[in-house]
Unconditional design. Structure first.
Length: 364
């Protein structure tokens, strides 16, 4: 029996960085994403296969157990896998490939079971793997990947491919058949079979079209009705749980822009390790000489930050309310989309920030 059927329950009981880790790189435009939802110590080396196939710039996602002690509790079902970074990455992708690890169905069975709703990619991956000398088969129903609720089938095409590798096949990828974390995370332990398998999958992926027919593609159903598939999915900011208990998200591009500007203004430069200049020094306005100086300082900082990090946004007004007694700053940013002629000019997002940089309030 599963310990946690949904990510929100797992996240409430486990600690990221100690029990599990998440690695995620989004794609651009119409892209293919490689996924390992049972990575790390759970089903090695699925994380390494996903990263290898994605190369240096491709999209991938890995949910990893950081030790053997956490493996049993961290295995979430593919049909209910609701970790938000994965949901967004897959939902914005054109196609997806999920790597899974399974036990041998027969002794010493080196087999890759392939399934999914992406018939074209299923056929191409099967063809390339067989040509590379691997054994391919149709999976037993109990881990078959053609369920529409499987996370890999939640792409913009509503189709993906799941590759289940038996333990014996995975052991053939490493020196001594060692599937321990120290072994699989060391590239020096990889045998030619690992690269041959990954290269075969990459060759298949290179042959499929990634452009999505936006007019005929299946619609995205939201709480407000039918949404065009040309609109991407993004988590709402700030993070929240919606009325269904799932992570709140939006397909409204105007709302997504507002959320991104909100995040930008509410982030202090230096808070994001990989993007040290990202953000606005909002709380610094508390130490300005006077209110006029604080307003001018914030207006310049917001305009510069939006120009640098959100070039699709047009800022028409920045209004700052500095409260010295409360030790807080509220910044009202009036913004619209530059790529939509005649877009609303009165859309605003207010961000409240304490002197220490803590976001205390936000509203539209």
């Amino acid at each position: 029996m599963l310990t946690y059927p949904y990510f929100r329950a797992l996240a409430a009981a486990k600690t990221i960085g100690i029990d599990y880790d998440i690695k995620c790189r989004y794609g651009v435009g119409d892209y293919l994403v490689y996924v390992a939802i049972h990575g790390g110590a759970m089903e090695p080396p699925t994380s390494q296969l996903a990263a290898y196939c994605a190369d240096a710039t491709g999209a991938y996602y890995c949910f990893e157990a950081l030790s053997d002690l956490t493996v049993s509790a961290l295995v979430l079902p593919a049909t209910t896998f609701d970790e938000p970074f994965c949901q967004v990455n897959v939902a914005n992708s054109a196609r997806a490939v999920s790597f899974r690890g399974v036990e041998d169905q027969r002794e010493n069975e080196e087999v890759a079971y392939i399934s999914g709703l992406d018939d074209i990619l299923v056929a191409l991956v099967s063809q390339e793997l067989v040509a590379a000398g691997f054994i391919v088969d149709t999976p037993p129903l109990r881990f078959e990947g053609s369920d529409p609720q499987n996370i890999v089938n939640k792409t913009r095409l509503r189709a993906g491919i799941q590759i289940d590798l038996t333990r014996s096949l995975r052991k053939s990828f490493f020196v001594g058949g060692d599937l321990s974390l120290p072994s699989v995370t060391n590239p020096g332990n990889r045998l030619p079979a690992f690269r041959a398998f990954g290269d075969a999958v990459k060759r298949a992926a290179a042959q499929v079209p990634l452009a999505v027919d936006r007019e005929e593609g299946p619609p995205v159903i939201s709480a407000t009705g039918v949404v065009d598939t040309s609109v991407s999915v993004a988590m709402s900011t700030p993070f929240a749980i919606d009325h269904t208990g799932a992570v709140a998200s939006t397909t409204d591009q105007r709302e997504q822009l507002l959320d991104r500007v909100h995040a930008l203004v509410a982030t202090a430069p230096g808070d994001r390790v990989m993007r040290s200049t990202y953000g606005v020094p909002t709380s610094a306005a508390l130490f300005a000489i006077n209110a006029e100086a604080a307003h001018a300082q914030l207006e310049r900082a917001v305009l510069d930050a939006v120009a640098a990090f959100e070039p699709s946004a047009v800022v028409s007004a920045v209004v700052a309310d500095v409260n010295d007694e409360a030790g807080s700053v509220h910044v009202n940013v009036q913004v619209s989309r530059s790529d939509v002629p005649g877009a609303e000019q009165d859309t605003t997002r207010t961000v409240g920030v304490l002197v220490g940089g803590t976001v205390v309030a936000s509203s539209e």
